[in-house]
Design a protein around this ligand. Structure first.
Ligand SMILES: NC(=O)c1ccc[n+]([C@@H]2O[C@H](COP(=O)([O-])OP(=O)(O)OC[C@H]3O[C@@H](n4cnc5c(N)ncnc54)[C@H](O)[C@@H]3O)[C@@H](O)[C@H]2O)c1
Length: 343
């Protein structure tokens, strides 16, 4: 079967990873790119040898020849672009944060349904191989029935250097990073009945909050803690690793800093290094994220080819989005919030 032909909108900082991932993907390639910044368009087009270049997304879609679109712009453009691409009946991937508000996100999901095309949110953290290794252990029953979990991302890395817009947003860490960590909690422990949360801003030079601590009650009785910080100065910088702890009725599993897996399960004690590969185009410390980009994009191709729903479909991501909204609501009110009541 011929490769699926994709068009990518937004050729900024993170799109470079996506374009490398597409170059590695089996069954798809990017044949057209769009960015409203002509200089960016030219540089990226030359780097990846893509000659179909547009400064206007509609012009790219009008020119035709596409099987799907990958939207890699920042959040404020997402709704208009998803409504545009689905209007052209094109299967669409949209970067996170999915939308500025839950109402926008719902409208985008509705637009894809109306057009009858798949919509996937580029929610890549659950595609990191160390996180998938923890999920496989939980699914295997090695540690029995989980009753406690913690998913944590704490760093002092200067994210503002590569993504200057992050210093200016009023809603920062929950929207930008918490969304990933909350999605991992959903992936590992299931949907959430209620949560409570606290946020703070430690770094005085930014507009939004840069720490968050969330206590979650999952539908299946698991209690988990999700915490994230961009103001944690550590002896060994942890960026961009997510560490995980799970206790179950028969054992426990830890994904520790440095990708060390430590498990006590039904079959004994296991300690091993499960570092993700550094792909040929990747560089440390981003390599775990870069590997997950290639993995989620391959998942998209496989899902489109098979006609199956991608794991982080728009519908699925509304539940993660509701956790983000519930976190802000709980932090503001200091009260328990039921995320499903927001949907
Ligand atoms: N999933 C992850 O692990 C991860 C990591 C980093 C960033 N991101 C996300 O990726 C998205 C992009 O972030 P970035 O840091 O690459 O941003 P960026 O500002 O570097 O790049 C965005 C690009 O999109 C272009 N653009 C914006 N609106 C457009 C439009 N309507 N039409 C055409 N071009 C348009 C801009 O000119 C810019 O070149 C953000 O939503 C961010 O949260 C995800």
């Amino acid at each position: 079967m011929a490769d699926l032909k994709g068009g990518l909108i937004g050729c900024g900082f993170f799109a470079i990873n996506q374009l490398h991932g597409w170059a590695d993907a089996k069954g798809a390639s990017i044949v057209a790119i769009c960015d409203r910044d002509p200089e960016r368009l030219r540089t990226v087009g030359e780097q990846f040898g893509i000659s179909r270049r547009y400064t206007d997304a509609r012009a790219m879609l009008e020119a035709g020849g596409l099987d799907f679109v990958d939207i890699a712009t920042t959040v404020e453009s997402h709704r208009a672009l998803v409504e545009l691409t689905t209007g052209y009946k094109l299967p669409t991937i949209c970067q996170k944060p999915f939308a500025p508000t839950l109402a926008d996100a719902k409208a985008m999901v509705a637009a894809a349904h109306k057009a009858g095309v798949p919509l996937m949110v580029h929610e890549n953290f659950r595609w990191q191989s160390p996180i998938r290794a923890v999920k496989a252990i939980l699914d295997s029953g090695e540690i029995g029935t989980p009753f406690f979990g913690r998913v944590s991302f704490r760093s002092g890395y200067d994210v503002y250097a590569g993504q200057p817009y992050l210093a200016k947003v009023e809603r920062f860490i929950v929207d930008d990073l918490g969304v990933h960590v909350l999605d991992v909690a959903r992936y590992l422990f299931g949907d959430v009945a209620s949560l409570n949360a606290r946020t703070t801003r430690i770094n005085p030079a930014i507009a939004g909050e840069d720490t968050v601590t969330i206590l979650l009650d999952h539908d299946n009785g698991i209690t988990s803690i999700v915490d994230a910080s961009y103001s944690s100065k550590r002896p060994v910088e942890q960026f961009p690793e997510t560490v995980i702890e799970v206790d179950g009725s028969e054992g426990s599993v830890r994904l520790e800093q440095g990708y060390r897996l430590v498990m006590k399960g039904r079959s004994g004690v296991v300690e091993k290094d499960i570092s993700p590969p550094v792909l040929p185009w990747a560089s440390k410390p981003w390599h775990n994220v870069q590997e997950s980009v290639a993995a989620i994009q391959q998942h998209w191709v496989d899902s489109l080819t098979a006609g199956s729903t991608p794991a982080t479909s728009g519908d699925d991501n509304l539940k993660t989005f509701a956790l983000v909204e519930a976190t802000y609501a709980a932090a503001a009110s200091r009260q328990l919030v039921v995320p499903s009541s927001l949907l």
